[in-house]
Design a protein around this ligand. Structure first.
Ligand SMILES: [Zn+2]
Length: 125
């Protein structure tokens, strides 16, 4: 059943319940995947720390480089985790899919690719 033009705006806006369900499932899947990969990154960071006590200068430089890479990765993962958690909170609050900057509905096609996106494409650009 779809009504044209007007009608009381539902809290989740332009997304159908099915779409919203799909997107929040995808967010949960990505959250799980991210948590796993963060665990691996954490282990990589720890391993490098242990290595540094027992290795020569060259491999020490290698492990410092690896540590920098892992630390950068860790930062990106943490930022992404924050975005996914925030998106799930917006689902709970009934605000999901609405641009945090301009309030416009974010198209399903965009959310399908970036389910954690807090803003519409024109606000990010
Ligand atoms: Zn916007």
């Amino acid at each position: 059943m779809s009504r044209k033009g007007g009608g009381p705006p539902r809290k989740t806006g332009h997304l159908s319940d099915t779409q919203l369900g799909e997107l929040s499932e995808e967010l949960l899947r990505q959250l799980e995947r991210l948590k796993k990969s963060m665990k691996i990154t954490d282990e990589a960071l720890r391993t490098v720390e242990l290595d540094q006590t027992a290795v020569g200068r060259l491999s020490r430089m290698d492990s410092l480089q690896n540590q920098a890479l892992s630390a950068g990765l860790r930062e990106r993962e943490a930022a992404r985790l924050g975005q996914i958690v925030a998106a799930l909170q917006r689902v709970d609050a009934g605000l999901y899919g609405t641009c945090a900057s301009c309030g416009a509905g974010i198209p399903f096609e965009r959310l399908f690719v970036f389910p954690e996106a807090p803003e519409c494409a024109s606000c990010v650009a």
